[in-house]
Design a protein. Sequence first.
Length: 391
Amino acid sequence: MSKHEMVTERLYIGASPLVKKAAPGFKISRAVRVGDWCITNGQMDIGENARVLNTDDIISQTVSCMRSIYELMARTGFCLSELAQLQVFYHADFIEDEAAFRGMILEEFPECGEALMMITRVPSFATVGHVVEIDAMAIKGPQTCVANEKGVVTGVRRGDWVLASSRVNGDSKDICAGLRTILGELGAGLNDVCRLYVYYPADLTAAEHSDIERALAAAFADMPPAYHAALLPKTSKSDFAVELEVIANSGFGFKKIRLGRATAPSADIDWPFAETLRCGDVIFTSGQFSVDETGAVLHAENIVAQSREVMRRLGKALNKAGADFSDLAKIKTYFEGEADLDNWLDNLNARMESLSDPGPASTGIEGLPPVIEGTLLSVDGIVILDSADND
């Protein structure tokens, strides 16, 4: 462990024996609980020797993933009502109507009715036959949520923590207007945001993409959170120009400490976002890329070397905040690929070289390219330290 004194026991639910049998050196946990937080791995429908179950059946796979999340909540001492967020990554070819898909999940699992459910399309999964992956985050504390006019939950509050999402139209004059409203209804504001995820449809022109980046940089210039972004697959079904997802904290007792500056998507944008933001006992790192100090891409077309470079940079970002890899509760990876199992295994094994055993929960999504051209993957992290670290 890092230099921090352990006072709150961490609970790791390790990888299943089925996965360990197929990959003995696997250092990723199915779920990690520290204090009031529980974060799960991306759940998939797998059997013996990591074989895909219910091949290409998105409904059966979704139900299986959700049951796994329910099991992990129970094993870590959480009630289902304490779920704060579900993120459902689905193969774009298998769902025509996202609203109907969301409705099916909630009909089958009504206990999730007050969780923020992110529905994110992807073009492929590394293992052919997998068509959905779901991860979850639960936080203990007084609970409330807000919904839009269609009844879709757009924001939740769990204790001092607020999670919200907003899909923004291309003609929006204020890119953060919807997000600001949702946060306000939950007693928070843009200045409380600790982590910002951004999903850009790949259909955007370069000029449209750049305009949105500049608008976000301006909106968060005075209170920059950690930042991570990816490109969604091209599709005729896009009904938004960008999707924003945030984790915020409006607790009066927590000072936000920002360290370093996140890698800018281009040299001509004044990029304010923090490389690392610490709020109380939680640390968020921005997405890390295989680039040098000038922004030039390192190890072009070599995903193994880029993976090692990204993890090296992630380790440095953690160290600046007084943490290390052993403190990680979750990493999220977006990487280039198209139904390429070898590519996934190569970058996964390279990333695991840096991790401690049993390791953090992890979600790795193929086909959501990083936003910096020439980079093949990006990785962010969430650290949850022990309560004594704030004394």
